[in-house]
Ligand binder design. Structure first.
Ligand SMILES: Nc1ncnc2c1ncn2[C@@H]1O[C@H](COP(=O)(O)O)[C@@H](OP(=O)(O)O)[C@H]1O
Ligand SMILES: [Mg+2]
Length: 262
């Protein structure tokens, strides 16, 4: 297989951060090739093949490069080996599967490493934009035009009521897009100012994006302001706030009020 990280020395000698970025990029490229090859196939087949092939490639790459580490993936059973492990890769091989099947650009590949107590590195590939964001390079968030309206990223297929309420209270324009990684990356890239989610997600949906967002100096938390914790026994992590740091005090108080009135 071309550029297969499980069968070539592509990943030999890499740091954890470099490994995360190389794997995210390689899996993203493979998914792009697969999407092209599946033109005209039923969406269900595109979704199934995308998830499965991304999982095989990414899990294979990690097993080859870091055989002693545990893995928590959206696309593999959680056998519990990660609980008590010192190092756990938290991966979403294809985040935004629906958008991938629709041949849109808003999907992502997530690779994060949790060690001891917290996330230590993360990479998010955005193959539709030919971009890989990594916590290792501390991305610089562009300045925003203070005269421009606030913009808020929200799920395009299941916008939670808390998000629409918060957008209204912040007088923010809603920008609908798929994939949690793509939405967090939109904040990092200065395309939007914040992302609010509630109602359901899992650790793999946010781990790598949050590692990148933290490295970029953004605010990241639960809706109630508490810290996002990873490698928990139950990987359900249903809500998320990512925003420019200067917006955080006002946004968090708006979220608290919106939550209290629901
Ligand atoms: N209410 C919910 N319950 C479970 N997962 C959710 C969810 N809302 C969003 N997600 C997950 O978060 C990711 C981004 O969703 P959205 O584009 O709607 O914001 C998707 O991941 P996957 O594409 O990896 O399944 C989706 O499954
Ligand atoms: Mg996901």
């Amino acid at each position: 297989m071309r550029d297969d990280p499980s069968t070539t020395p592509l990943t030999e000698g890499l740091s954890d951060a470099e490994l995360a970025a190389v794997l995210a990029r390689t899996v993203g490229q493979r998914l792009r090739d697969l999407r092209r090859a599946l033109q005209g196939s039923p969406p269900e087949e595109v979704r199934t093949r995308g998830d499965a092939e991304a999982q095989t490639l990414l899990a294979g790459g990690l097993a080859a490069a870091r055989p002693s580490d545990a893995v928590l993936s959206e696309e593999a059973p959680d056998d519990g080996a990660r609980i008590g492990a010192r190092r756990v890769w938290i991966i979403d091989p294809l985040d935004g599967t629906r958008e991938f099947s629709e041949d849109r650009s808003d999907w992502a590949v997530h690779v994060a490493l949790w060690a001891d107590a917290d996330l230590v590195t993360g990479a998010v590939a955005l193959p539709g934009l030919d971009v890989v964001l990594t916590s290792a390079t501390s991305p610089v968030v562009p300045d925003r035009d203070p005269a421009a309206p606030l913009r808020m990223a929200v799920s395009r297929t299941r916008p939670p009521s808390i998000a629409t309420a918060v957008a209204a209270a912040m007088d923010a324009e809603l920008v609908a897009m798929g994939s949690a990684g793509f939405k967090v990356a939109a904040v990092v890239r200065g395309e939007v100012d914040f992302y609010v989610h509630g109602g359901g997600q899992y650790e793999w949906d946010s781990a790598a994006p949050v590692a990148v967002a933290r490295a970029a100096g953004l605010h990241t938390s639960r809706l109630d302001g508490s810290p996002l914790r990873y490698n928990q026994p139950d990987p359900h992590l249903p809500d998320l706030v990512v925003c420019r740091p200067e917006l955080a005090p006002h946004l968090m108080s708006v979220i608290a009020q919106a939550g209290a009135h629901r």
